[in-house]
Each structure stands twice: as structure tokens, then as C-alpha cells.
Design a protein around this ligand. Structure first.
Ligand code: PEP
Length: 254
């Protein structure tokens, strides 16, 4: 049984005071939620605040990005070791916004994953196709390519130490959600792709869905056999909505 994981990706939103209020609301609201594992990923400057507010609670802290290098002359970058020191458990790697706006390739994502794992944290590896790729019938090839690149560069064993987020790019921040059946089909495809290399790892790895998940559609998505949680953008900025999704994760887990 894979425990649902609900992770909030706050992106570049909020102020110090709104971040503090949101962290406190999530902390308070999740004390009653037992079955989902809950993570918040605020912007870098609010991580220290996150460590302070969340402390040793069940709500875990994550970062949205990490440098490809361990240390040195990389102005403006943040290392995996620094993130570990600030209490991060998770790092989102290869989000489509980073692939699109900052040219992150699979090779770059592979380096980020390795450093995250080396520092004892867990990467959330994002994969997903664009609308154009889906319409051209290339969806499975694109996703298989993203998975295979990591297997080739980091070995299949790294999939025993990470989470995957399937995020169809056309569903992120657009209000368009993959139907539960569409999402389940891709999650199952990803799991089978990993099973070709290692069935035990495939059975264990959590595959989260991301793309306009909201309180109204969360339960149906999270009830699918191969959907093990959610990576939540917009709805993670509203405590009530995020908590409702966390609750849906618990309900789906039974
Ligand atoms: C995301 O950015 O990972 C995401 C899923 O965003 P949204 O929920 O807003 O679509």
C-alpha cells in the first residue's frame, strides 16, 4: 500500500507574512489528517520560516529547485546541501516550467536528482507531455524518453529513492484537468515502464498527478489505482482547498 503524498508547489507567490499564515493554516488543518503525507514547497527565501513554523510536525518541507552543482562559483544558485540544512525533505526536479522557461534538459534534471539523493532528500521528478505532443500521438514516447533518460544516467535504483509527478503540461495552471481515466492510463504506463527494469521498484514508487487538481476533482483522481497523490499548484495557495485535497487523499487511501 502506497501512502498518498500531497505536495503543494507554491511557485513564486506570496509574501513573508502570507507564507507564514499559509504554513500555519496548513499545519493546523492537517493535524486531523492522518493518512496522507503532506508537503509544502515555498519559495527559497521562506524555507527558514518553514523550518521554524513546521518544526518536527508531520507537514514536511520541500524546495522547488536545486543547483546541478554541489558548491562553488554559481552565482544565484542554491545547493542541495543548503536545502538539506534548512530542513527540506523533498525537492521538485524538472518541473515543466523549469524545462520550458530555463531550458532544463533531462541531463540537467538527472544531475539535480543525484545531488538531492546524495544529500538524503527525496526528489519529486516531474514528467509530462505538451498539448502538441499529445495531439501528435507522441505522449508515450515523450514520457518514456524522460523516464529512460534518468534510468540511463542515474540507474534504475534511483527510482527506489524518488517520487514521480505526472504533470501534463496542458493541464498546469490552465483549469483543464486530465480525466481520471486519462491520468490513470499514463500513470499505469509509467509504472509498467519502470517495471520493465525492476518490478519491485515499480510497485513501490509513488506517482503523483499534477495539473489543476482541485477539491472538486481530487477524490476521483486520487482514487485511481496508480495515482498515489498530487502535486498541487494554484490550489495549494488557498489553505482550505489544499486541506480538502489532503483530506481526499486520506479518503482515497481508505
Ligand atoms: C504545478 O505547477 O505543479 C501544478 C500542478 O499547478 P496547478 O495545480 O496550478 O495546475
Amino acid at each position: 500500500m502506497r501512502q498518498p503524498l500531497i505536495a503543494g508547489n507554491w511557485k513564486m507567490n506570496g509574501t513573508r507574512s502570507s507564507a507564514e499564515a499559509l504554513m500555519k493554516a496548513v499545519l493546523q488543518g492537517t493535524s486531523a489528517i492522518e493518512k496522507s503525507e503532506i508537503v509544502v514547497c515555498p519559495p527559497f527565501p521562506f524555507l527558514a520560516l518553514g523550518e521554524q513554523v513546521l518544526g518536527a510536525s508531520a507537514v514536511r518541507l520541500g524546495a522547488q529547485n536545486v543547483c546541478t552543482e554541489a558548491s562553488g562559483a554559481y552565482t544565484g544558485e542554491v545547493s542541495a546541501q543548503m536545502l538539506a540544512e534548512f530542513g527540506c525533505h523533498y525537492i521538485i526536479c524538472g518541473h515543466s516550467e523549469r524545462r520550458e522557461h530555463y531550458g532544463e534538459t533531462d541531463a540537467i534534471v538527472a544531475k539535480k536528482l543525484a545531488l538531492t539523493i546524495d544529500q538524503g532528500m527525496t526528489p519529486i521528478l516531474c514528467v509530462g507531455e505538451t498539448l502538441e505532443q499529445r495531439e501528435q500521438g507522441r505522449m508515450e514516447d515523450v514520457i518514456a524518453g524522460q523516464i529512460d533518460e534518468i534510468i540511463n544516467r542515474n540507474t534504475i535504483a534511483s527510482f527506489g529513492q524518488l517520487e514521480i509527478a505526472y504533470e501534463p503540461v496542458w493541464a498546469i495552471g490552465t483549469g483543464k484537468t486530465a480525466t481520471p481515466a486519462q491520468a490513470q492510463a499514463v500513470h499505469n504506463f509509467i509504472r509498467r515502464r519502470i517495471a520493465d527494469h525492476d518490478p519491485a521498484i515499480a510497485a513501490k514508487v509513488r506517482i503523483l498527478y499534477g495539473g489543476s487538481m482541485k477539491p472538486g476533482n481530487a477524490l476521483e483522481l486520487l482514487s485511481q489505482a496508480d495515482i498515489d497523490g498530487g502535486l498541487i499548484g494554484g490550489a495549494a495557495l488557498v489553505a482550505e482547498d489544499f486541506l480538502a485535497i489532503c483530506q481526499a487523499g486520506g479518503t482515497a487511501a481508505g
